[in-house]
Design a protein around this ligand. Structure first.
Ligand code: PGA
Length: 243
């Protein structure tokens, strides 16, 4: 498993359900000779069917998966287990992305099981948490995040194995972001105020672009970003990684 604490900055791309083999060829051509500082961890999470294709082109970035099955093997048609991801050179895996929670009914307990399977297979989970706009308006953000973190972590979770990604649901794909003070406040709360969960690396996600990445990344309690839409443009993503 990668030692995530050796990195100062983590920049992750979530392609969601986008891409073709042609797109991937063109994308990585733009990465020609790109280098990242040794303390920067760049991660790309393509759709699972393209993990192997990306694996051969992805250096100096690491390969990530967008999800994994709750199950390791067996009669679970359509599923992909953590050991299969490891076999495809995957080093990180998103768990609990709000789209999987909201559209596919993934529960906190499912996320806990996925995290455990991933850690058992030496893959670092990136645990996504976030509140809806209504929850924010009702001042429930901290309570929601606290519950998500405590319900989804396993006894094997630690700041050496697991990364947290704070993604307000209302900021995803909307062009809206919390203010910088709000982001810093939430990250500081997650880092310092939830007992047992101190000093996790915490990424911010939700409408990150090259024009706001630098300000977000300069916040004291932000250790990186998780980028959706903007990561589909290789030059935009490279600019974010270099911000
Ligand atoms: P976005 O998505 O950057 O398009 O808002 C972020 C995410 O869903 O991880």
């Amino acid at each position: 498993m990668l030692e995530i604490n050796k990195f100062n900055k983590i920049i992750a791309a979530n392609w969601k359900l986008h891409g073709t083999s042609l797109f991937i060829d063109e994308y990585f051509k733009k990465f020609n000779n790109i280098s990242l500082d040794s303390n920067v961890c760049g991660i790309i999470c393509p759709p699972s069917i393209y993990l192997n294709l990306c694996s051969s082109k992805i250096d100096p970035f690491y390969l990530g998966s967008q999800d994994c099955s709750n199950f390791e093997k067996g009669a679970y048609t359509g599923e992909i287990g953590a050991s299969m991801l490891k076999d495809s050179n995957v080093q990180f895996c998103l768990v609990g992305h709000s789209e999987t929670r909201q559209l596919f009914g993934v529960s906190d307990n499912d996320i806990k099981i996925k995290s455990k399977n991933l850690i058992n297979n030496n893959i670092n989970p990136i645990l996504c948490i976030g509140e809806t706009f209504d929850q924010k308006e009702n001042k429930l953000t901290k309570e929601i995040l606290y519950n998500q973190v405590t319900n989804c972590m396993t006894s094997d979770s630690s700041n050496e194995t697991t990364i947290i990604a704070y993604e307000p649901i209302w900021a995803i794909g909307s062009g809206l972001t919390p203010t910088l003070d709000e982001i810093e406040g939430i990250h500081a709360f997650l880092k310092n105020e939830i007992t047992n969960y101190t000093n996790y690396k915490i990424l911010y996600g939700g409408s990150v672009k090259s024009n706001n990445a630098k300000d977000i990344l300069s916040l004291k309690s932000v250790d990186g970003v998780l980028v959706g839409g903007a990561s589909l443009d290789p030059l935009e993503f490279i600019n974010i990684a270099k911000a």
